[in-house]
Design a protein around this ligand. Structure first.
Ligand code: ATP
Length: 585
């Protein structure tokens, strides 16, 4: 197909204000393109060379484009810059420059050897792939060779394309509609295929070659559209929507990851189908160690964890992975855990239509739990009792709430249906003051904390019962020196069992007689079934806990354990803490 024909269609699309006309133009263009070139035409219209997750970038800024234009037309870069400034559109600048070209015979050359769509596309692919030393000059030369053969209108669209400003307003769904009409295939079938393989170029070629859409299958390496969740705010509503029973899973607060294993590679795709493998080399390594299948598509949430305690951290901590040059350092300082919650494909078998319960079993068969790969915590409920307790447990440990799923449901690609329902809070609270808590137990440290205690079990003192009630397990905020100091300071109080005045549901590695008091702050005071402070005071079966607790650095040597914060004060703080709106969805 002549590139000129594509350009005419682009100009027509640009000038219409009616969507139906736009689709009509696309239909006749796609028909004309034929199986050989239809994918290139589609990618070009969408402003890409390849599907977005392949990350094929032209790497051409306006300056470089003008340099290429100058080389092709003989106009000076300065004049071109002025022209660009005047018109405000690199395409218009290119069009005028090509029309006024000072290079003799240029037009004649263009007419002799008019550009084909494949000439333009293949050259642009070379531009994108030029790398290393001399890449810039190479890009300029390749582009100049195109501009030299382009008509003014062709130059306009090439220039806009290369600087990423094609902006035709054509989306994947518009192309689906046009493909359906052009090749007489049902839109629904196309949409289904798109959810499995959202690669418009691939699909266009597939239908142009008259191959059945049922043949479009999950392909490891190509992300599929993720299943999404609805939202409700009470366990009974959720259960009645789900038909009486639910698989409830922790809703981890991190980044969604679709993990593809195949052809010896492991790739990580984001919720928006971008390839984010480069940000998580540690996840790739951990998946290789934990997953036995040679081909698989898995879903999970990547969560930042405290390197010293393994406790979950808020998702903001993942931001350090977003800057390329920081990834290596971030792996040390901000390690992550992958919590797997689904498996969609294993060794050639599409599991998406299998019931969730079956997929969950398949997941534990192919994934071994390691320090860095865990299976998302889940429980099955057949009544609303207990869901709230599980929910509060999730929140107190740093998760956002629960995702409740229908046990018999298939994996519905790209759908936000009622088979997945999220249950989270409408608000968050903010802890308004520090508290002074007594160390009643400790947990052995790992990694660089080996040989010391890595975290401490902290308790409030109730004068009414003369007992200590646990509030949190804290491992953050301690320097190496603090840990050494605490290890030594606690030695004299070490006892072989829980102290009789300590009420705890948690089993510590080491127990102490109450003596050392530390100042603690946290993100908020939450309900938790894991701790005994104020057990049952707000809700039956749950106590109060501190979420994301941290040592402030202050040793309260001036306070005896009996002068530490009381459960009554904890309850008061819980009631008084500031309510803030939860993040917008
Ligand atoms: P959405 O993804 O639904 O458009 P969102 O990005 O704001 O919206 P939420 O609606 O808060 O996210 O929740 C859905 C997200 O929860 C999922 O996309 C996934 O990243 C995350 N998630 C955490 N744990 C789970 C789990 N166990 N099962 C499914 N999703 C989970």
């Amino acid at each position: 197909m002549l590139f000129g024909e594509l350009v005419k269609a682009l100009a027509a699309i640009e000038s219409t204000t009616q969507r139906t006309v736009m689709v009509k133009i696309l239909v006749s263009l796609l028909k004309k393109a034929g199986p050989g070139e239809v994918d290139r035409v589609v990618y070009f219209i969408l402003g890409d060379l390849r599907p977005p997750w392949e990350g094929v970038e032209l790497g051409v800024a306006e300056k470089l484009c003008l340099r290429a234009l100058s080389k092709a037309t003989g106009a000076s870069v300065r004049d071109l810059e002025a022209l660009y400034k005047r018109t405000g559109d690199v395409g218009e600048a290119a069009r005028r420059a090509a029309a006024q070209s000072k290079r003799p015979g240029l037009l004649a050359l263009a007419q002799q050897r008019p550009l084909e769509v494949s000439d333009v596309y293949d050259t642009l692919l070379k531009v994108a792939r030029a790398a290393g030393e001399g890449a810039q000059d190479m890009k300029v030369s390749l582009l100049a060779s195109l501009f030299a053969r382009a008509s003014p209108d062709e130059a306009k669209y090439i220039a806009r394309f290369v600087v990423g400003k094609l902006r035709l307003g054509v989306a994947d769904m518009t192309i689906i509609e046009a493909l359906s009409e052009a090749f007489g295939v049902s839109k629904e079938a196309l949409e289904r295929a798109y959810r499995v393989r959202p690669d418009m170029g691939y699909l266009a070629r597939h239908v142009a070659e008259r191959r059945p859409l049922e043949d479009v299958k999950i392909a490891p390496g190509t992300p599929i559209l993720p299943m999404l969740a609805q939202r409700l705010s009470s366990p009974s509503e959720i259960l009645s929507k789900l038909g009486g029973a639910a698989v409830c899973e922790y809703k981890y607060d991190g980044e969604r990851a679709q993990i593809h294993i195949g052809g010896g590679l492991v790739k990580v795709f984001s919720r928006r189908l971008e390839d984010i493998t480069h940000a998580y080399p540690d996840v790739v390594k951990a998946v290789r160690e934990a997953v036995t299948a040679s081909e698989a598509v898995l879903e999970g949430e990547i969560v930042a964890v405290d390197p010293d305690t393994g406790d979950m951290l808020p998702f903001q901590e993942l931001m350090h992975r977003k800057r390329k040059h920081e990834v290596a350092a971030a792996m040390e300082t901000y390690p992550v855990v992958l919590y797997l919650f689904d498996v969609l494909y294993v060794n050639g078998r599409d599991l998406t239509s299998e019931p969730l319960i079956y997929r969950r079993v398949a997941l534990s068969e192919i994934a071994r739990e390691t320090e860095k790969v865990q299976i998302a915590k889940w429980r099955v409920f057949d009544g609303p009792d207990g869901i709230d307790t599980f929910f509060h447990e999730a929140i107190s440990l740093g998760a956002e709430g629960l995702i409740c799923k229908s046990p018999a449901s298939a994996y519905e690609m790209g759908a936000r249906g009622w088979n997945w329902i999220k249950y989270k809070r409408d608000y968050k609270s903010e802890m308004i003051d520090t508290v002074d808590l007594t160390v009643v137990g400790a947990f052995y440290g790992r990694g660089k904390r080996a040989g010391l205690y890595g975290a401490f079990l902290m308790a409030a003192y109730d004068p009414g019962t003369d007992a200590f009630y646990t509030v949190c397990k804290v491992g953050s905020g301690f320097t190496d020196a603090d840990l050494k100091k605490l290890y030594d300071a606690l030695q004299p109080y070490r006892i072989p069992h829980r102290h009789p005045r300590v009420v705890s549901k948690m089993e510590a590695d080491v127990w102490f007689a109450p003596r050392v008091v530390l100042e603690i702050i946290g993100a908020e005071i939450t309900l938790s079934p894991l701790h005994t402070c104020c057990l049952g005071a707000v809700r039956p079966g749950v106590g109060l806990a501190i979420r994301f607790p941290r040592f402030t650095g202050r040793y309260r040597t001036d306070k005896s354990p009996e002068q530490a914060t009381t459960p009554a004060e904890m309850l008061e703080l819980y009631r008084r803490q500031k309510k803030v709106a939860a993040q917008a969805e």
